[in-house]
Design a protein around this ligand. Structure first.
Ligand code: PMP
Length: 300
């Protein structure tokens, strides 16, 4: 295997040498922000949108990223080039940095900055053909007025509890509702339902992350002439939808064929979802910032 290079605070180090202090406040308190971005056929997909969201998240929690956005974007590109994966997932982490055991971020000596690039598949490949079975769980999405889901912070316990409930139900993913019982999102993905040819996804105020794949899918669906509505919906609407699918940088676009034991539509991925997935796949290789121009010698 070729060496994997990780960007850590200004230098490239090997995976074994990518180490951070146990006094880092990201480790002690989940105090930091992160992003996940995809590289498709050497193109970084919607990089500006992801970097914008990273800087918005950091601003919201008063975390100073020690690079201006253009410099940081350049570092992400360099990390992708260095690792030469044509298709991969990029993880950016900026934590509050090393402090003491108290909470006070003023005692931290400056952010720790990490960029990791590696192949990633969060769901088994065959599920992209057959569709996913999911459940809804008791864990509610944290309220936007408590800890805003719009901040992509290192505090992912809410989402991890959802994943635990999904695994206990022997499925790969689950939907959480907001505090009022409206469907919010999956553990790390946004949700769409389709009814009578119209696409629906929860609006921002329901309390979900503003997914960049979600926004890309809305653009693609509208270009294809479909109507897309950002409207709240309930579990009943999910159960009785013609089609359901999830979107996310890691999940990409994946059909859902069963929810809480109810088959969706005919219990197989529907034609709108399949069409959208095809267009999405075309789009991700056509759009984006080209960083690797020829086939890498050791793609995985
Ligand atoms: N919701 C949550 C909670 C997530 O972690 C993610 C993954 N970033 C998403 C939705 C999907 O967002 P995106 O399409 O920007 O990856």
């Amino acid at each position: 295997m070729p060496e994997q290079w990780i960007f850590l605070n200004g230098e490239f180090v090997t995976k074994d040498n990518a180490k951070i202090s146990v006094y880092d406040h990201g480790f002690l308190y989940g105090d930091g922000v992160f992003e996940g971005i995809r590289v498709y056929s050497g193109n970084i997909f919607r990089m500006k949108e992801h970097m914008d969201r990273l800087y918005r998240s950091a601003k919201s929690i008063m975390l100073n990223i020690p690079y201006i956005q253009e410099e940081f974007t350049d570092l992400v590109v360099k990390t992708v080039e260095r690792n030469r994966h044509e298709s991969a997932y990029i993880r950016i982490v900026v934590s509050r940095g090393v402090g003491d055991l108290g909470l006070d971020p003023n005692n931290c000596r400056g952010a720790n900055v990490v960029i990791i690039v590696e192949p990633l598949a969060i769901f088994p490949k065959h599920l992209y053909e057959t569709g996913l079975e999911i459940v809804t769980v008791a864990t509610r999405r944290n309220r936007p007025d408590v800890l805003s889901p719009k901040v992509k912070s290192l505090n992912y316990l809410n989402n991890i509890l959802v994943k635990i409930e999904a695994r206990l139900a022997n499925v790969n993913e689950a939907l959480m509702l907001n505090d009022q019982g409206y469907v919010a999102e999956g553990s790390a993905d946004n949700v769409f339902i389709i009814k009578d040819g119209v696409f629906y996804t929860p609006p921002g105020y329901i309390g979900a992350l503003e997914g960049i794949t979600r926004n890309a899918v809305i653009d693609i669906a509208r270009e294809q002439g479909y109507e897309v509505k950002e409207e709240p919906f309930t579990r009943h609407d999910v159960y009785t939808a013609d089609e359901v699918f999830l979107t996310g940088t890691a999940a990409e676009v994946i059909a859902v064929v069963k929810v809480d034991g109810r088959p969706i539509g005919n219990g197989v991925p529907g034609s709108y979802t399949k069409h959208l997935l095809e267009k999405f796949r075309e789009r991700v290789v056509a759009e984006g910032v080209k960083v690797i121009s020829q086939a890498a010698p050791h793609v995985s």
